[in-house]
Design a binder for this molecule. Structure first.
Ligand code: ZN
Length: 270
């Protein structure tokens, strides 16, 4: 599943090819994604110039003078820049065609989304409740400490709540909790501000590293082959239940938290 670093890498990969270019056409081959792609997308976008592409949580926001187009990659979506008239393959559901290239949306499982948000994207039900970006200066230990007082929720669920902080998916929550020595099941309200500082630093560091690793794949966003935006990351505990802890050699355990698999070291994480 594309996580925040993959979405940010997608944004950086496609932006230089599309910014300041006008939309010439839209081709929709399969409109039923997570929600239906608006049928009037062509009339909304035709001859409009793409001003910028922003990322909010895992949403990409394509800003035009008359409104914002949202694209979400869902479970298996990807975006790629292709030469004009590149033949479509099976899961290539939508093309936005610019002057000299096209943006192709591919999504085998069709949990992604392409939606028109108009001129007030921040009021969209998808966006308005989102917490701060994890890499922004608003995301601090003091912020987490204050919000977590009296909360019995396990800390892993707390930091994966999009209203608390956006875009900390299962991989990054698992790895950041390991790195900071905090048990995923510890009550959020039972963690000191000092320990939240270690956790916030770990989240920022792990996400920044992943985005830097994604930078090596930027060329993969051009062309009709391959699967752009997915890259190998260095993982210490995620997906490694039953293996030994890289720090103390204790066997890593797994438990389910809110239906998500959580791997942790019972000795290092408290
Ligand atoms: Zn350990």
């Amino acid at each position: 599943m594309p996580e925040l670093p993959e979405v940010e890498t997608s944004r950086r990969g496609i932006s230089p090819h599309l910014i300041n270019k006008a939309v010439k056409d839209v081709v929709l081959r399969h409109t039923q994604l997570r929600w239906k792609i608006p049928q009037d997308l062509l009339s909304l976008l035709a001859d409009n110039i793409l001003i910028s592409i922003e990322r909010r949580a895992k949403y990409l926001l394509f800003n035009f003078a008359n409104g914002t187009l949202l694209i979400h990659l869902g479970m298996s979506g990807s975006l790629r820049i292709c030469p004009l008239a590149t033949p479509a393959k099976k899961h290539d559901h939508a093309d936005i065609i610019f002057d000299d290239c096209l943006l192709r949306f591919t999504d085998p499982r069709r949990f992604g989304a392409i939606l028109w948000l108009g001129l007030t994207p921040e009021q969209s039900p998808l966006l308005y409740k989102l917490g701060p970006e994890p890499l922004s200066s608003d995301f601090t230990a003091q912020y987490l400490y204050k919000l977590s007082r009296n909360r019995k929720l396990p800390v892993k669920q707390f930091i994966m709540d999009q209203k608390i902080v956006t875009g900390v998916g299962n991989i990054y929550a698992t790895e950041a909790l390991f790195s900071s020595g905090i048990s995923p099941i510890r009550a959020a309200g039972n963690i000191s501000e000092k320990r939240y500082q270690v956790l916030v630093d770990a989240i920022k560091e792990i996400l920044t590293q992943a985005i830097q690793q994604g930078g090596t794949t930027l060329k993969d966003f051009v062309g009709s082959d391959g699967k752009p935006g997915y890259f190998q990351q260095t993982l210490h505990v995620y997906g490694k239940a039953g293996e030994s802890c890289p720090r103390c050699q204790t066997e890593l355990k797994a438990l389910k938290l809110a239906a998500r698999n959580s791997v942790y070291c019972p000795k290092c994480q408290r």
